[in-house]
Design a protein around this ligand. Sequence first.
Ligand SMILES: C[S@@+](CC[C@H](N)C(=O)[O-])C[C@H]1O[C@@H](n2cnc3c(N)ncnc32)[C@H](O)[C@@H]1O
Length: 276
Amino acid sequence: MSTRGSVGGQERGPERGTGRHKVLPSPKKQRLAGSAGMPSANGAEKAAQVREMFARIVSDYDTVNSVMTFGRDHAWRRAAVEAVAPSGARVLDAATGTGELASELCRQGCASVVALDFCLDMVRVARDKVERRGASERVTFAGGDAQRLPFPDGAFDAVINGFLMRNLTDIPAALREFHRVLKPGGRLACLDVTHPPGLLRPLCLFYFDAIVPLIGGILSGDFAAYRYLPRSLDGFPDADRLAEMIAEAGLGEVNFQRFNFGMVALHTARKPLASA
Ligand SMILES: C[S@@+](CC[C@H](N)C(=O)[O-])C[C@H]1O[C@@H](n2cnc3c(N)ncnc32)[C@H](O)[C@@H]1O
């Protein structure tokens, strides 16, 4: 099941960052570098907790994901890549995690992928996976914060992120960064869990609040980490509001579609050609 929404893009100028390039040139030749930037006081504390939590669950992450989503997560990532990253594109996978989106980007013919995450344990797993899948020539790994990207303006044809947005401490800052590093005309895709609408809402929330932490806890042995998942929706904007925020960051052609009874949303947008 998928439903759609959209919002009129506003042509507001982005705030400019001072992204320094901090890319890891080759998985074989380079050790992983540290995070490129950290958010402010409270944000820094939450970011450290999120990073530490993902480091704890990294070894079971893919299995738990597949079980929790009944294997549908691969189709959602495929849809995200198809929506924004044409063959030959240079793409940033912001918050690559275990590298599933980076692998899919290569599978769909992207020329090059920068796979960034602020959890270096995740990046190591992603690097090994991409290498096993024979795509390491096209993927560069980077340690860094999606809210303060270590890349110059206009560096990418597309920016994509999967299941990142709920974890951010400053969503507008990340969206401004995505806008900044996109070329004019470049495309953005944000795929994440969202607040389910309509009659199925209570059922969806029961699944997310009660079943997901149980499955995650049993499979990983880390019940605390998977209790974080439903909590991560608290205060997270609903799909309509997230679309507005994307437009407020200066992106146009903002649309979203829902999957999985409305529990997952794929937002897409385009940086206007007139943008600097
Ligand atoms: C739920 S995982 C998703 C991984 C992957 N994109 C996928 O589709 O499975 C979220 C990832 O976001 C990363 N992350 C969270 N906040 C981040 C930030 N501010 N900057 C960079 N990475 C971040 C975490 O370390 C984690 O690897």
